[in-house]
Each structure stands twice: as structure tokens, then as C-alpha cells.
Ligand binder design. Structure first.
Ligand SMILES: *Cc1c(COP(=O)(O)O)cnc(C)c1O
Length: 284
């Protein structure tokens, strides 16, 4: 195996990849409708749950072909019942994207805006939930990638649940980077794409969420055909496959990326990142 030049990337993603991840894509041609490929995706879906300590009893993961934004789109367009409203706790560009998605689908929503360099005010969130019992979905971003603000998802999730809403969190820039536990962090749905914390390739995104909420959404208004969570989930359950052509090579790379992530370990990787940050701080 020839070593491939390693560039230093200063963008938020795609991240740099190891040679082993790159070469994992070089495989014999395969029809992704084969049993063999379905078996790979089954293992991948189970391993993705482990990255956020979710159990197969109550959580599932659903794969999509697309960049990370597809996950925000899918969660918001699929998980709001008729007459329900979305509350976006918004202190940055990625939560603003969720607001734009609500606008594009014409979904009733509240854009609860905070300054981009400030944490959201929990009392205001609670008051909004109290005043609007029709809020059925609360969405926010875990780490606003542009500013580095880390939002108090555990507290926001607890409030969402207190007022009978589900909580969806954009964890695209934290999953497989910073430890996440769906139970302790009150997360019903979280999401990421393969090219960020997992350090694999672009083209595969995934949502990890509560199975019973996906099943419940079966009868919610269908606002998209390609991007509906229940339809993709149901297809996986029935056939073990993606509804439409999967990003084959990216799936091989992601399986390798996950293997390398588990080998390093969640705590060890986070500790390594903290030393990188301290090192950067001391140089600034
Ligand atoms: C990278 C990122 C996304 C996805 O962005 P794409 O341009 O679709 O890849 C979504 N949310 C956050 C927080 C991100 O960092």
C-alpha cells in the first residue's frame, strides 16, 4: 500500500483521513443489492449506535446518501405531526439552517434567537414551551461549528420532554469527537455524516433516533419523498437496504473509520483533542 500525501485541512469538514480509510474504498465491484452488502450495512448501523451509547432495544440508525444537512432536513420534515410546531433554539449558522428548512417546508415554527457568542437562555426556552403547547419538536445544534459554542443540550432536552416535545440535536461536529450519551443527554434524535468525527469520506449521513418515534411518524404528513425518515427506516427493516443507491465506497470507508475510532476509544480521542486544543491555545 502506497502512502498518500497527508494535507492539513483547516475547514470544518471533510476531515483528514488515514491511508487505511482511503484504501478501504478499493474493493472489487459489488452490486449493493447483494446480501453481502446488506450484511455490511447491518453491522454499520449497529456500530453507529455505540458511538452515542444507544441500545438497539430503543434506538435505531438510518443511513442516507448526502451531506450532513440532509439529516437536519429529514428530521424536521419527517417528525412533526399535523398541527405541530417546531422550536429552534438558535445561536448560530447551523441552527439558522434548521429555521430555513422550516421556512422551505412551510412548517409552523418559532425561531428563538440568541447571540452567536452566547449560550441560550433556558428560562426563555421554558417560557416559550409553556406559551406554545403545540410545539412538538425542539431542535438545536450541539456544537455550533463556526463559533465553537457548545450548547447545553442536556438541559434543553429535559425541557423539551417536560413539555411533551421530542428533541432533535445536530451533533454533526461532535459525534465521535466529544463523548455523547443519548440517555444522559436527553437526545431523541442526533445525526452526523461520515466525513466529520468518524474521519471517513463524504456522501454518507446518518440519523440515530428513538425507534418508537420513527414508527409513530408513519402517519405524520409526508413532506418529502426522497428525504422521509419513516420510509427509509421501513425499507431498511424490510430489506436491509437503502431505498435508493447507497454511497458504496463511502460505506466501506466508514466501516474502517469506525473501526479506527473504536480502537482509539472515545475517552482517548477526546483527551487527544484536548491536548491539541491546549497546544493551539498556547501558540495563540
Ligand atoms: C458540517 C456540519 C453540517 C453539515 O453541513 P454540510 O455542508 O451539509 O456537510 C451540519 N451541522 C453542523 C453542526 C456541521 O458542522
Amino acid at each position: 500500500m502506497e502512502a498518500i500525501k497527508r494535507n492539513i485541512l483547516l475547514n470544518p469538514g471533510p476531515s483528514t483521513t488515514t491511508d487505511t480509510v482511503k484504501y478501504a474504498q478499493v474493493v472489487p465491484d459489488i452490486c449493493p443489492r447483494e446480501q453481502e452488502f446488506a450484511g455490511l450495512m447491518k453491522g454499520l448501523r449497529e456500530d453507529l449506535l455505540k458511538t452515542v451509547h444507544a441500545n438497539t432495544d430503543d434506538y435505531t440508525s438510518v443511513l442516507f446518501c448526502g451531506s450532513g444537512t440532509i439529516n437536519i432536513d429529514i428530521c424536521i420534515n419527517s417528525l412533526v405531526p399535523e398541527g405541530g410546531k417546531v422550536l429552534v433554539v438558535n445561536n448560530g449558522a447551523y441552527s439558522t439552517r434548521a429555521v430555513e428548512i422550516c421556512e422551505y417546508y412551510g412548517l409552523p415554527h418559532i425561531d428563538l434567537k440568541f447571540k452567536v457568542d452566547e449560550l441560550p437562555d433556558l428560562d426563555m426556552i421554558e417560557q416559550t414551551l409553556k406559551d406554545n403547547p403545540d410545539i412538538k419538536l425542539v431542535h438545536t445544534t450541539h456544537n455550533e461549528t463556526g463559533t465553537g459554542i457548545l450548547n447545553p443540550i442536556r438541559e434543553i432536552g429535559a425541557l423539551a420532554h417536560k413539555y411533551g416535545a421530542i428533541f432533535t440535536v445536530d451533533t454533526t461536529s461532535t459525534l465521535a469527537m466529544r463523548p455523547i450519551n443519548v440517555y444522559e443527554d436527553n437526545i431523541d434524535f442526533c445525526m452526523a455524516s461520515a466525513q466529520k468525527g468518524l474521519m471517513a469520506m463524504t456522501g454518507l449521513s446518518f440519523i440515530i433516533g428513538k425507534t418508537k418515534e420513527i414508527i409513530r411518524s408513519k402517519d405524520y404528513p409526508k413532506r418529502s419523498y426522497y428525504c422521509n425518515l419513516y420510509l427509509q427506516y421501513e425499507y431498511f427493516e424490510k430489506t436491509g437496504e437503502m431505498h435508493f443507491t447507497p454511497p458504496v465506497q463511502t460505506i466501506y470507508a466508514t466501516i474502517q473509520g469506525l473501526k479506527e475510532y473504536f480502537e482509539e476509544g472515545e475517552e482517548a480521542k477526546w483527551a487527544r483533542y484536548m491536548t491539541v486544543l491546549t497546544d493551539l491555545d498556547s501558540r495563540m
